[in-house]
Design a protein around this ligand. Structure first.
Ligand SMILES: Nc1nc2c(ncn2[C@@H]2O[C@H](COP(=O)(O)OP(=O)(O)OP(=O)(O)O)[C@@H](O)[C@H]2O)c(=O)[nH]1
Ligand SMILES: [Mg+2]
Length: 435
């Protein structure tokens, strides 16, 4: 697995009695070695080590952080920044996706994984087998479609990818997400370019996704650029992150080329796919279990005042807003829900709904006056009308937000009741990754 040694280096560092200059230098050296092994570009590694050293040794210690925590936080921030700035945004809505890439990259496997991903989020998937070159490509995708519980269209001995796609679109017109699997080559050449352009013309994809295997390391960048120049790509999926040590190079080089990494493939099974999230990826690979707590501390996002207010049951709409904001900056509801005892029992689409809702709520609150923020009871029908117009939402969204705020407030009131000791509250917030 990628960056396996990084965990050891961090462990060694955190186990030291003091995080002095010598310790930081040793850590940076270890990280350098690990990154180079993972095929990260040398000049990137050099920049990164300089920045880590500089920040770790020269920056003032943030309040509440020990020197060690400070250093790990810096390592975390700098690593996430070379592996991609943000979590990929995956729209859960009807669309057409075209999968492209070289031989054996993982296109067919990933086509099925994506179908399964969208199906679990409430959309009906359909797959089109447009690889007319590889022997048994039809059968392979058909079997994969079955695993993913997706509709399927292909022509067993078909030799015209364009025609298959056109027919497939008709046959699968009741599907929400239609994914076309295309044929690979051992390199990008005129033939492949022409074929992909023809498929594109017939299919009119909303997203063209390049599939690259992690084991090509830094060459991922060149591949992304070549495919982008030839046919245009909207994002990349890096597969085989589980079985290659070079994933660091693949991810960092795509990020450097501004190719958005949408997902990573982490195994051969249908469920082995993750929305790419550099923050959670880095915290996993650093092996720092309480990283989210540490980060929250570093960001000082819940200040004492707010925590106290919550305890006192004085939970305003503004608090609600801030709380939601924090949740999204922590990587979204799914991460928080994971930490809750009932989190894993919620269907996946609930989380995505929440994320979309959050955006709407922000717009709504931005359209509210201070007075309305302080006292949402003031929001009668005509005010709701004005707010929905101002925020580009619907009146029912405004109503729903206020309802959810009330529910949250009720929950807060309950938690802050007499039988809820302060210790318990602290524990709950810790579980939520808020403290
Ligand atoms: N370990 C691991 N193996 C993977 C992953 N994704 C795909 N594979 C394997 O890689 C091999 C090639 O995958 P395919 O999906 O057939 O690749 P392709 O791009 O469709 O290949 P062609 O159609 O021949 O161009 C298969 O054995 C897959 O099981 C992954 O994330 N992890
Ligand atoms: Mg294939």
């Amino acid at each position: 697995m990628v960056f396996d040694n990084l965990k050891e280096s961090i462990k060694e560092f955190t186990g030291l009695a003091v995080a002095d200059k010598e310790a930081v230098e040793k850590l940076v050296k270890d990280i350098q070695r690990d990154l180079i092994r993972a095929d990260v570009d040398i000049s990137l590694v050099k920049d990164l080590s300089e920045t880590i050293k500089e920040r770790a040794l020269e920056q003032d210690l943030p309040k509440d952080l020990s020197r060690k925590e400070h250093v790990i936080n810096i390592v975390y921030e700098e690593l996430s920044s070379i592996l991609g700035e943000e979590k990929a945004e995956i729209d859960i809505k009807p669309k057409r996706i075209l999968m492209i890439g070289l031989f054996g990259a993982g296109k067919t496997t990933t086509t099925a994984k994506l179908a399964d991903f969208y199906r679990k989020r409430g959309l009906k998937p359909g797959l089109i087998a447009a690889d007319v070159h590889r022997p048994a490509a039809y059968e392979q995708l058909e079997q994969n479609a079955e695993k993913a519980k997706a509709e399927f269209y292909g022509e067993k001995d078909g030799d015209n990818a364009e025609k298959i796609v056109k027919k497939g679109l008709k046959e699968l017109s009741d599907c929400d997400v239609v994914i076309t699997d295309s044929a690979g080559r051992d390199s990008m050449n005129k033939e492949l370019e022409k074929e992909l352009k023809n498929i594109e013309k017939a299919f009119k994809p909303d997203e063209t996704i390049l599939v690259v295997p992690a084991d090509i390391g830094q060459s991922a960048r060149e591949q992304a650029e070549t495919f982008n120049n030839a046919v245009g790509i909207d994002g990349v999926i890096v597969t085989k992150m589980d079985s290659s040590a070079k994933g660091g190079g693949a991810l960092s080089s795509c990020a450097a080329a501004d190719a958005e990494i949408k997902f990573i493939g982490t195994g051969e099974g249908i469920g082995d796919i993750e929305v790419y999230d550099p923050e959670s990826f880095v915290s996993d690979l650093l092996g720092v279990p309480d990283l989210s707590n540490l980060l929250e501390k570093a960001r000082e996002s819940i200040d004492e005042e707010q925590a106290k207010k919550m305890l006192e049951g004085d939970f305003t709409l503004q608090d609600f807003y801030e709380q939601m904001d924090q949740m999204s900056s922590m990587g979204g509801f799914d991460k928080i829900l994971d930490k809750l005892p009932f989190g894993d029992k919620l269907p996946d689409n609930v989380m995505d709904m929440q994320e979309r809702q959050l955006k709407k709520y922000r717009h709504i609150m931005d359209s509210m006056t201070d007075e309305e923020m302080a006292d949402p009871k003031l929001i009668n029908s005509s005010r709701a009308e004005r707010i929905s117009k101002g925020s580009g939402t619907e009146k029912k969204d405004v109503r729903q937000m206020i309802k959810q705020y009330r529910q949250a407030k009720n929950m807060m009131d309950k938690f802050s009741g007499k039988n809820m000791r302060r210790g318990n509250m602290k524990k709950m917030m810790q579980q939520l990754g808020m403290r």
